[in-house]
Design a protein around this ligand. Sequence first.
Ligand code: ADP
Length: 858
Amino acid sequence: MMAQYLALKEQAADCLLFYRMGDFFELFFDDAKIAAQVLDIALTSRGEHGGAPIPMCGVPVHSAEGYLARLIKAGCRVAIAEQVETPEEARKRGGSKALVARDIVRFVTAGTLTEEALLEPRRANVLAAVCDVRGVIGLAACDISTGRMELEECSPDQMGAALARLGASEVVASDSWELAPVDCVARPNRSFSSDEGETRLKALHGVSTLDGFGQFTRAMLAAAGGLITYLDHVGRGALPLLLPPVAREAGTHMAMDEATRASLEILVSSTGTRRGSLVEAIDRCVTGAGARLLAEDLSAPLTDARAINRRLELVSWLHDDPLLRGDIRGVLRALPDVGRALGRVVAGRGSPRDLGQLRDGLSEARRLHDMLRARRDLPEPMVALLPTLSGHGALTDLYARALVPAPPTERSQGGYIAEGYDAGLDELRRVSGNARRAIAALEAKYRDETGIAALKIRHNGVLGYFIEVPAKHGDRLMHPDSGFTHRQTMAGAVRFNALALHEEASRIAESGGHALAAEEAHFEDLVGHAVRAKEAIAATAGAIARIDVAAGQAERAAEGNWALPRVVDEPCLQITGGRHPVVEAALAAKGERFVANDCALGQQDRLWLVGGPNMGGKSTFLRQNALIVLLAQAGGFVPAQAATVGLVDRLFSRVGAADNLARGRSTFMVEMVETAAILSQATDRSFVILDEVGRGTSTYDGLALAWAVAEAVHSINQCRCLFATHYHELARLAETCDALSLHHVRAREWKGDLVLLHELAEGPADKSYGLAVARLAGVPAPVIKRAKSVLEKLEKGRAATGGLAAGLDDLPLFAAAIEAAEEKVDALRERLNGLDIDALSPREALDMLYQLKAQANG
Ligand code: ADP
């Protein structure tokens, strides 16, 4: 057996091998140690291998899903080795000692799950493949639980942002690619070829050209090749549901890098969970599919005003009609997850219950269709969705006739095909039903005949049907003429068989077996119908999700009194009475009120410097405006009284290093790497929020960097920007930067106490209130007193020397300074350009290098 195990383990490579033995999956060696630890189950041992006992643990097959879920969550991958023949077959093949043949039937990995128990209903589960085709990055992503597949390409520097947007739970890449993302699954390089991708896609969808689906580049197809061959590998040749691929065009979505997503806490908060995230504060969807689509919308806001307005039109319509909204949400609430049921059915892991879900979901979609069709005021986007909601009449009729009202998840017991669907099956059931009744009658008859009131007819897996009497009556039935044959003597009971019972039992077994086989055949047939209609069913599921998202957004807007944003194509941001949905909810839970604030950025006033005390609400203000942009471009209402949002191509959010201590790396370094990305990528269409940039280093360094970054954002990038800082000195930037204005969050000292008003006002902050904040935070009075006297001394010194920014009076303008720097570089470049390298001896080349270096230094 160990030889068989080790051979399978070889194929399972980096997976834990679940080795089926009877009713258990067993794990051995290191696999057992890992699983025992992750699952907190007993580690035992068995036999010997190489002179040492073999560590072992196991999980029951019937509850394996729960254990699998925990292993996958802990980052493990699992290979399932099943018995692929029965013990009888094995004996027939190789004699009484023959080992049952086993084979790996499937790999279970984070990105390839379809089981309901292993998936989160409100989160998509994405598998991605990435590759590099001569400097172009190809990305293929799919959610096999619903079949959605998407291809795109980007430049290498955008790969991180693209992967961050996808939020894949598993990424595969070529094993020979040095710059492959960390933690990806390495796959043979040859599978990442555009030919492979094209061939696979064509075969998958039975087409001779992919043109009907869109235009795909070589990089996209190569990634698709890597993705599909991987799915083929983990499914051992059985491919899951994959819908025709959609090409995602560059620039159709607002770009956000990973740091921005993390800092805006879009799908997960800083705690790593959904709690406290934007999506949690927004999500009012009543279906899992709706919640997944909303998360997708928020991850990839649009940049096309027409597409945004289409979404807004739908939300607005549902917002203005609460009764209709309530009716629609009522229907949606009862809907099963059609997309995921279809995913399981097509992947060959479907159950009768999944077919029942398709039947119920598609019938309800039809009901929604009829309800909406009757309306005269349908907005255009709804008119477009409507036809997708119906058109499954034949399938739902078939399923309604074929299936019982609430089909089971298990097929092994049968009983899911409805009566009246198949006369042959009904007859088999009648025979076995009669036999069951006959057995019940036999029990009464035997009791009568023997006079033993405690006589029972029972059933178990080993003996089948048998008669059982308490031990004290056993002898009476042992008599040869009793009509009973002895089968087993237990501690307190004796078991018998009887001819009539045997006959009826055989009848049940035989007709039951035939009935099961008949149900199986029907099941296959019913699955076939769904598989053939998979694209239309997926489209219905998609339409349901879109309607749920729109209704949920409308519900949220109505609940919070949110505004329909106006989306325009010029670089402005006009928010009246803006609020932060997450902070507002947190305050409301404590019975506190959120103070709404305005924002008015435009071409002439595009950079706001926001000062004021710590805890005054600077970060909140910055983020609420970024979130309003994001929500508007995702096609939803926004938490404000009114909002005009000029389309944003890229959104950046950065937080000074001190807030990010948990990250481990040199936090200041991280801050600077992220800031560098903004300076190189932000365009005049971008929106940037910078929160206390420069805080992660010494005062002078920090001020100098904050100063230079603000200047560059203002004069070079020319994007809209909110810049929070506690450096008063930055206020002087207003003297030289004409599109920069000063603002602060207001605070008052009242009877010696600090009152934070959380209200934004124009002009520079008057002072920093650092000591007052410290007192608010509970720093003891003597320490505050001491700090006060130190501060007085410092301030005196500042008055005498002109303060931290005293030397800045003769600072040249930013643009002029850059020119000067570039001049020096250019002299070097000219000299380099004039060099004839081939004419230099190695010695001369070395001398020249020394000279160039000296020139560069100065
Ligand atoms: P800062 O960035 O100035 O240090 P924050 O934005 O982190 O301040 O805000 C600190 C706290 O103040 C928040 O956690 C919130 O409880 C409260 N707060 C912020 N803005 C508002 C507001 N507009 N209305 C009410 N409370 C607010």
